[in-house]
Design a protein around this ligand. Structure first.
Ligand code: CO
Length: 285
């Protein structure tokens, strides 16, 4: 009888001390809109490779914010969590501190929804001890300067081979759509050949075409101003349908040379996201 009581007490004591000594465990959660195009995998893999190099001791997980894309991937047997599901799973798996990194381009709708999710989880009992959030690619003046500079260097050898270099940004109905027009200014400081347009916002393709006409442009490079070369890049930008940018511009007798590479495939661009994640990781305590 006595033995049993002692054993029971011992078990209770051990479990209490085990709970008290549950070590802190840091994690990184990379969050992107997502893409169902297998071709975009190279971009995501490149980000992960660079992030793993920068944070060798912190496990990295992924979340996609697009439900449509998550559903599409699920049908192919690929399970990718939403940010909320990923954070809940990380809590379940023993993580205590998580730095979430937004892989969005501007602080638009997607980023602000992510901010709300992070804030909600920070107020949830028995979840994670602390969650911090890294800024998207473009946030500060410094980010804009760094990205414009990186872009100039990335395309330096291509620039002389065409009259203009056109970027296709996504565009947003959020007030931060102004980043696209703003970034045009930073790009112009690097080269007058750089032109920014968006699929769903301002500047429009028409704005770009007005500029092209004014500058008597005969040939252009055309590339996405998005993290990956997914659906928009392959269809809206470089597709063979009548309404793609490539076809519309070709009909104006302009030579179009598409580059199907996302920004996340260039390490000098990924470096800006890494800087933002460093701040978020440093904030963990
Ligand atoms: Co879209």
């Amino acid at each position: 009888m006595k033995k049993t009581v002692i054993l029971l007490l011992l078990t209770v004591l051990i479990s209490i001390s085990a709970f008290a000594k549950q070590p802190d465990k840091k994690g990184i959660l990379l969050v992107t809109f997502g893409s169902s195009y297998p071709e975009t995998r190279v971009a995501f893999q490149n980000i992960e490779k660079e992030m793993a190099k920068a944070f060798p001791n912190i496990p990295i997980r992924w979340a996609y914010t697009s439900k449509i894309i998550r559903n599409k991937l699920r049908k192919r047997g690929e399970n990718i969590n939403s940010p909320a599901m990923a954070l809940a799973q990380m809590a379940e798996d023993g993580f205590t501190h998580v730095a979430v990194q937004s892989l969005h381009i501007i602080p638009g709708l997607e980023y602000n929804a992510l901010r709300q999710t992070v804030s909600a989880f920070n107020h949830m009992p028995k979840a994670l001890k602390q969650i911090t959030l890294g800024k998207p690619l473009l946030f500060s003046n410094e980010d804009n300067e760094k990205l414009a500079h990186a872009i100039k260097n990335i395309f330096a050898d291509k620039l002389p081979q065409a009259d203009a270099f056109v970027f296709m940004g996504h565009g947003s109905e959020h007030a931060s759509n102004i980043y696209y027009a703003g970034f045009q200014y930073y790009l112009s400081q690097q080269s007058p050949k750089f032109m920014m347009g968006t699929v769903e916002g301002f500047p429009t393709l028409q704005n770009v075409m007005d500029k092209i006409e004014k500058n008597h442009v005969k040939s252009i490079w055309l590339t996405p101003f998005m993290s990956v070369a997914g659906d928009h890049a392959r269809n809206d930008m470089a597709g063979d349908e009548d309404d793609s940018w490539k076809i519309i511009l070709q009909k104006k007798n302009i030579e179009v040379k598409p580059i199907l590479k996302g920004l996340a495939q260039y390490n000098s661009v990924v470096a800006i996201w890494i800087e933002h994640l460093k701040i978020a990781v440093d904030e963990l305590q």
